[in-house]
Design a protein around this ligand. Structure first.
Ligand SMILES: Cc1cc2nc3c(=O)[nH]c(=O)nc-3n(C[C@H](O)[C@H](O)[C@H](O)COP(=O)(O)O)c2cc1C
Length: 360
């Protein structure tokens, strides 16, 4: 199975990269992810000031992670003199250096790290929503490097298509979509206080819970600017998720939070699972997934669900959840076509796949 792909001249053995965060916080961690097989390595975001991080700074739930981690706690000098030279000694795949945040930061960071970078990823997380400011940042970077340049979009930026248009016009190659969602909040009822968070009491949320938002952002960018490279990130936790992002319009993907929830071995597991998952869905290569056009068939009339009796375990979940009170149990599960709204919730909730509906 061919997992290879190319983005802006960067040759990737596979489309999975780590997302900027603690797992790529120094050379040893980046080497760990290189050995796990990631197609490219992305660094933790480096800035001109080392970050002062409020601690504790990472909370892990079942489907999401909350963090107040900011950018690298290590200085740009430590990255330049220690981490990056050490990483280069055993580097055998593309390195994308993540930097942040302002135009004046870029004037220092891009010339400083250009010798190590195969590409740059620029976080726009703390620079507000003014697209002309972001455009100026891109133009400034282009004074210093011709290497592939990916601007990372945060979900609090409202105009995804406008962002895509602006950064393309200024000379960027693509977008990393998305950063973590926020501001968000976590309250400990027992302690009557905010346990995790910055001085304002807020954290950023990521992980599987934000996947639908990330997928939509990837899709919107690709629809608005088909020539831009999109690197999808947000909630990926399986080989199937990788394929979903590629179908939405991404050419490569990144992951972090699911590995914080399930463990650092998840990168290797996804890469091991990818060939058989592609095969399961009838794909012959990653490139084939990327080149597949996603269909969208909107209908305003569906059908009443039907029961596959030998699969039904009579758990009654469908009866409990039906929002239209259309499912009853009389010796067996029955659907009332008069009250059924054809919403499909029962199909998605049935634990044994015993409910079918045309079009799903
Ligand atoms: C603990 C933590 C630290 C992060 N640090 C950075 C960072 O330094 N730079 C950045 O651009 N994004 C950072 N992110 C955001 C991730 O790179 C990623 O965009 C986001 O978490 C969504 O992907 P995921 O759901 O796979 O984690 C961080 C996320 C977490 C959870």
């Amino acid at each position: 199975m061919k997992l290879h792909t190319t983005i802006d001249g960067l040759s990737l053995n596979n489309p999975l990269m780590p997302a900027a965060g603690p797992l790529v916080g120094d050379d040893k961690k980046m080497h760990f992810l290189q050995e796990a097989g990631c197609g490219a390595i992305v660094s933790k975001t480096i800035s001109t000031q080392d970050a002062q991080i409020p601690k504790p700074c990472i909370y892990g739930d079942k489907t999401y992670v909350m963090n107040s981690e900011l950018w690298s706690e290590h200085s740009m000098k430590q990255w330049k003199e220690t981490f990056l030279p050490n990483f280069m000694k055993r580097k055998d795949r593309p390195l994308i250096i993540s930097v942040g945040y302002t135009k004046s930061d870029m004037e220092i960071l891009i010339p400083m790290f250009d010798e190590f970078a195969d590409a740059f990823e620029v976080s726009t997380h703390y620079v507000g929503t003014d697209l002309s400011v972001i455009q100026d940042t891109v133009k400034t970077i282009r004074h210093y490097t011709r290497k592939p340049l990916y601007m990372k979009i945060s979900p609090h930026l409202p105009d995804v298509a406008g962002f895509a248009k602006a950064i393309k016009a200024a000379g960027a190659n693509g977008i990393v979509a998305i950063n973590s969602l926020g501001p968000t909040m976590r309250i400990d009822v027992d302690k009557r206080r905010i346990v995790y968070g910055n001085e304002e009491g807020f954290v950023w949320t990521s992980g599987p819970a934000i996947k639908p938002l990330a997928l939509a952002a990837v899709y919107k960018i690709k629809q608005a600017e088909p020539d831009l490279t999109v690197i999808g990130v947000g909630g990926i936790e399986s080989a199937e998720d990788v394929i979903e992002f590629l179908l939405a319009g991404a050419s490569a993907v990144q992951m972090l939070s699911a590995a914080l929830i399930k463990g650092k071995g998840l990168y290797k597991k996804i890469l091991d699972d990818l060939p058989k998952t592609l095969e399961k869905y009838g794909f012959n290569s990653i490139e084939e997934v990327i080149n597949t056009t996603l269909k969208n068939q909107v209908k305003y009339k569906a059908s009443t669900p039907t029961l596959i009796e030998d699969k039904c375990i009579e758990c009654m979940l469908c009866v409990k959840v039906c929002p239209y009170f259309a499912i009853e149990f009389n010796q067996k599960i029955t659907f009332d076509p008069k009250t059924c709204f054809e919403c499909g919730l029962c199909v998605s909730k049935c634990p044994t796949g015993a409910i079918e509906m045309e079009g799903l």
